[in-house]
Each structure stands twice: as C-alpha cells, then as structure tokens.
Ligand binder design. Structure first.
Ligand code: HPA
Length: 246
C-alpha cells in the first residue's frame, strides 16, 4: 500500500488508534508546518499524521501554512493524503455527524499562499484541477466504509473564516451547488495536486450551516457532533487500512 498521510482537522488533533514510532519536525523552504509529522502504525499500515491546526489546536484556518504542511508531508514520504475536515452541512443529505467524501469543490477563500508557483522566477505550471480529489482514493474510502453511513459525493465550499457564514452567504453557496462548507479545504487540495500527491477529503459535518437550523450555531453543538463524527471517521480509517492492505 502507498504510504498514507492523514491530515487531522478540528476534532482530530491526535489519532488514539495510532501506534506512534516517532515524531519529526520537518523544516521547509516555505516555513514551519503546523506541527511535527507523527510516524506510526494504524491497522498494520505505516502512516504519517499531521495536525492541521497544530497540537494543541491553535492555528486559525486562514493562518495555516498550507504550503509548509504539504511540503513536509511530501518530504516525509507521503504517497497519498486523506484530509479529515470539519464542515457545516448545507443540503438536506448533510446533517450533523454525517461523513461525506466530496467529489468537487469551490474556493471562496482569499489572500492565502495558494501555490508553489508563486515566484516570478518559477516556470509556472497550470495543474489540471477538473476533478480536485483523487477518484481512486475516494473510491477506496467509500468502499471500505462498512457500518458507517457516508455520502459518496458532495461539493465542498471553502470559505475564509475564521467567522462562520451569514445565512445569505449560505444561500448563495447553495445556489452555487455547494453541499458542505469548511475553511481549510483550499489551498490544501490544490497544493497536493501541484506536488502530485493523490488527495481525498473525509468531511465530518459538525453543524447545520448558518440559517439551516433554528437559532445560532454554538461551539458546544459543534464539538458534540464532531465527537460522534470523528468516532465514525476513526472507524472508517481503520477499515480503509485493513481493506487496502497489500
Ligand atoms: N462553516 C464553515 N466551516 C465550518 C462550519 C461552518 O458552518 N462548521 C465547521 N466548519
């Protein structure tokens, strides 16, 4: 099996099912990653884990050094990446605690360092991004989900954060065709593609997006739903590694 990296988001700063062998701080030409890369064993497979927001969780979505994170994972030997991310659910099939494996995205973020081809001296390459997620990895994730209800498609909207959206913004995203909204999916997915690392996302719904349920969205509600969703995610990851053993 390819060496898999897992990028853990809110609600997943550590993987308790991981038997850790060592941790390594990997400096990059783009600065310091969010956390050291953690090397270990999950369900008999060698994996690399990186806490996207740092461990403890401290880096806001718009402040994450995505270029350093992806570069460090490549240096560490990652051959494919599963990105775990908390999201808000927009469409009816995406209720809290649901897991979705999105197949498309729209990027609404701005001002982030979003490419390795950022300097004038670089030979600019325009990566193909028609399908932003690796279809083979997506199917492997979908096929290994037994006993875990997942949505096998969905359009992920990446907003800037750190604030949540207004109800009108969510209606606009819905009109655009988005099913899920998060703050970290981009430029992560595009940088993985620039580095030619297959990348798929496991999105965990933490709350109904703004205006899709009565009242305000509370952090308590988010953390409670994430607990259930992340327990299912850990099960899904375990099944993924067991199902795709060499
Ligand atoms: N919006 C954006 N990002 C999120 C949300 C949300 O409602 N919930 C968790 N991450």
């Amino acid at each position: 099996m390819k060496t898999t990296a897992i990028i853990g988001g809110s609600g997943l700063t550590e993987l308790d099912s991981l038997t850790i062998s060592h941790e390594k701080e990997i400096p990059t030409p783009y600065g310091v990653p969010s956390a050291p890369c953690v090397f270990g064993d999950l369900a008999g497979q060698k994996i690399i884990f990186l806490a996207r927001h740092g461990n403890p969780h401290r880096i806001a979505p718009h402040k994450i050094n995505y270029r350093a994170n992806l570069w460090a994972l490549k240096e560490a030997g990652a051959e494919q990446i599963i990105a775990v991310a908390a999201v808000g659910g927009i469409t009816p099939q995406m209720p809290p605690a649901k897991i979705a494996i999105p197949d498309q995205l729209i990027d609404y973020s701005y001002g982030r360092e979003h490419s390795y081809f950022a300097e004038d001296t670089d030979a600019v390459q325009h990566i193909d991004f028609t399908a932003p997620y690796d279809e083979k990895l997506r199917q492997q994730l979908i096929n290994s989900a037994s006993g875990v209800a997942i949505e096998t498609n969905g359009v992920y909207a990446c907003t800037q954060g750190p604030r949540l959206e207004t109800a009108a913004e969510i209606l606009r995203l819905e009109r655009d065709g988005c099913d899920l909204v998060g703050m970290t999916g981009m430029p992560e997915a595009a940088l993985a593609r620039e580095l030619e690392i297959p990348y798929a996302c496991c999105a965990v719904v933490a709350n109904w997006a703004a205006g899709k349920a009565e009242g305000e969205i509370s952090m308590d509600e988010i953390m409670q739903n994430l607990e259930q969703g992340m327990a299912d995610t850990k099960l899904l990851l375990q099944q993924f590694f067991l199902a795709n053993k060499d």
